[in-house]
Structures are given as structure tokens and as C-alpha cells.
Design a protein around this ligand. Sequence first.
Ligand SMILES: [Zn+2]
Ligand SMILES: [Zn+2]
Length: 375
Amino acid sequence: MRTRRWIFSAVMRLLLRCLRIGQRHRFWPTQKVWQLWLYGRLCLRSLLYNSFTDSDTALDALFEPVYWLVDHITRWFGVVFVALVIILTSSVVCIVYVCLLPLILRTYPLPWVFWHFIYGHWNLVMIVFHYYMAITTQPGYPPQSKSDIAAVSICRKCIAPKPARTHHCSICNRCVLKMDHHCPWLNNCVGHFNHRYFFSFCLFMTMGCIYSSVSGWDMFWEAYAAIEKMKLLAKERLQVTANQTYGQTPPPTFTFQERAFHKSVVYAWVLCSSVALALGALMIWHTVLITRGETSIERHINRKEKRRLQKKGKVFRNPYSYGPLGNWKVFLGVERKRHWVTRVLLPSTHPPKGSGLNWDTTPYGPEQKTALLAI
Ligand SMILES: [Zn+2]
Ligand SMILES: [Zn+2]
């Protein structure tokens, strides 16, 4: 036992001696390895170090490959999504014109026909106009030269100055003024210049879907009952054909037009009510954001900032909020009373207030300067 311990300590002493000799005479690259390690650590820290770096930044870095994949899929499928919106909307409009309109004209009293005609067409025009404008209007991009803008930060992807409320869209691969989000259903970013078109499209599409679902409720149940009856008759027919020896006549069948009519009514109603629910929820969320004077991205930033200031016993105030009514007036571009009709209830191409590069901010305390920089 003693001999073994002696051998072990002798080997260790020899190893340490060799290491010291190697270091002294630079046989071992320990110094080089250490320098490399220090250099690598410095590079990593200089790349990642930021006063805002926290667990969220680390998570973002970890999920970077997933974001990359989602960004690319969204970019590739953007055109498919737009085509889907156009096809689905056109299919419902065709069903209304071909199947429902003749029925409405035959059965409804004249005042109801007039109401449906006027309201339906106004709603359709508003949907088509705002969707077309939302997909064709550029959201707004900051200029590349420094002199034109009051930049509050630098985009680390574009390596260009970034005005307040501007964010980098990884799908469009450029900075967007007052960016709200990238919408795959528009295949476009929602930003300063097309935010109103996007919201109006959501609003009028939801209104149109609710209108179609409510006014088509009775027709839907009749069509649904007819389809159930169709299935029963088909079953009976099968049974009669199997027992033809008893001399029974098969039950009558629905014509192709009748079958197509009932199925189309059910399809249109299910589609409209589903869109009304999904888009309605999105529209309500954006209504809340606009009332607060925030974009979807700013909602996350402001929530964080609110928590940070709360810990210090301070109250967060959004510097870009002009009060609920003021926010709506700025968002919709309402400057006079008649604009509520001409600019909100009728198609209008008026540009939004301001250039999107500089923003009037309500007075804020020194603590909130950091929030402004982050936004
Ligand atoms: Zn950028
Ligand atoms: Zn985008």
C-alpha cells in the first residue's frame, strides 16, 4: 500500500516538474492556448454584450435556427396565402351572387332587398379596396443616409441608423418604419404607411363575415337539414336497390343543382363564421393596441419597461400615446369631423400623419429615456 502511494506521488511530482520545465522553455503551447481562450472570450463578449442583454436575448439566440426556418417558410408561402385569401373571398362572393341573390330577390320584401344590396356592396367595396391597398402599399423604410433622420439606434442587421419605432423585419430583411408585424396574409409588412389599410381590412372583413353569418343563419340550417335528408335518402336507395325483388320503387333523389346549392350555402356559412371568429379576435386585439397608441412590437417592449419601472416604484407612460380618442384620430387621419365619413367609412388613400421618421412625444421622465431608446 505504502509503495503504491509513493509511486503515485512520484509520478505526479514528475509530471508537474515536466510541465514547469515545458512552460519555462516554451515547449508546451499553454500560453498560446490561454491567449486564444482570452481572445475568443473577448470576441464573444464584444458580440453579445449589451446593457439590455438578459435571458430573453439568450433564448432568442438559441431559437435563431427556428426563426430562420419560420422566416423562410413565411417568405415562400406569402404568395400562396394571398392567393388563398383572394380565392376564398371570391368563392363566397360567387355563392352569394349565383345562389343566394336570386332567392333573396324572390322571397324578401323590397326594403330588405334594398338594405342587403346597399350594405353588402358597400362592405364588399371596403374589403377589396383595403386589402388591395394593404398588399400594394409599402410600409415605409428609413433612408440610408444619416443626415435625413433623427436616429435613436443602429440596426445591427442593416448597419444603418434606425429612427424611433422602427424595427428590423427578418422576413423582408430590412428596417420598417413603425413596424407592427409581418403579415403572411398580405405578404407584406404592416408599418407606418399601410397600418390603417391593414386594420380597416380586418374590421370590414370581420363585419362582412358577421353580416353573412347572421343573415344566412336560417338558410344555413335549411341547407344543413337538406344535406342530412340527402344522406338518409341515399341510404334508403341503397337498401331498395339491394331488395329489388320485392318490387319497391327507389325514393326520389336531389338534383345536381339542389345538391350544389345546399353544399355551397353550408360551405359559405362555415367559412364566414370561422373567419369572423378568428379575424374578429385579431381585430379586437389591434383595437386595444391602437387605443393605447402602441404597435404589436411595442406592446412587448412597454410591458417589460412597465415591470422594470414598477420595481423601482415608478409608473410607465407610453410616450407615443395621445389619449384613446387622440390615438384613433392620429391613426385614422381624422382632422375634421367630416373625415369620420370621408376617410373612415368611405375608401380613402390619404397618407398617415407624419413621415414615420420623427415622432411627437408626450413629455416623459428621465427614466423613460431608456424605453424610448429600446422602442
Ligand atoms: Zn434593419
Ligand atoms: Zn416584413
